[in-house]
Design a protein around this ligand. Structure first.
Ligand code: ZN
Length: 80
C-alpha cells in the first residue's frame, strides 16, 4: 500500500466501514509511515471531538453541520 492508497482508505477506516483485511493493511502502512500516521491521528482526534460534542448538550443542527463539513473535506481529499 502506498500513501495515496492509504489516504483514500483513511476515511473508510475511521468510519469503521472497512473489512478486517483492509484494516490490517492500513495499520501496517501507518506503522511504517509517519506522514500518514500524523494525518490519521489528526483525523481521528477530529472525529473523537465531534463525537464528544454530539454527546454533549449541543444543538443537533450543529452536529449535522460538523458532519457535513467532514463530508466536504472527504470529497475535496478525493479530488486532490
Ligand atoms: Zn504513507
Amino acid at each position: 500500500m502506498d500513501c495515496k492508497e492509504a489516504e483514500l482508505l483513511l476515511h473508510e477506516y475511521l468510519d469503521c466501514d472497512m473489512c478486517e483485511d483492509g484494516r490490517l493493511k492500513i495499520q501496517a502502512h501507518l506503522n511504517s509511515c509517519p506522514k500518514c500516521n500524523g494525518k490519521f491521528s489528526f483525523e481521528q482526534g477530529l472525529r473523537e471531538m465531534v463525537k464528544k460534542c454530539c454527546k454533549a448538550e449541543l444543538p443537533s443542527d450543529l452536529c449535522s453541520r460538523i458532519s457535513k463539513m467532514l463530508d466536504c473535506e472527504k470529497n475535496s481529499d478525493l479530488r486532490a
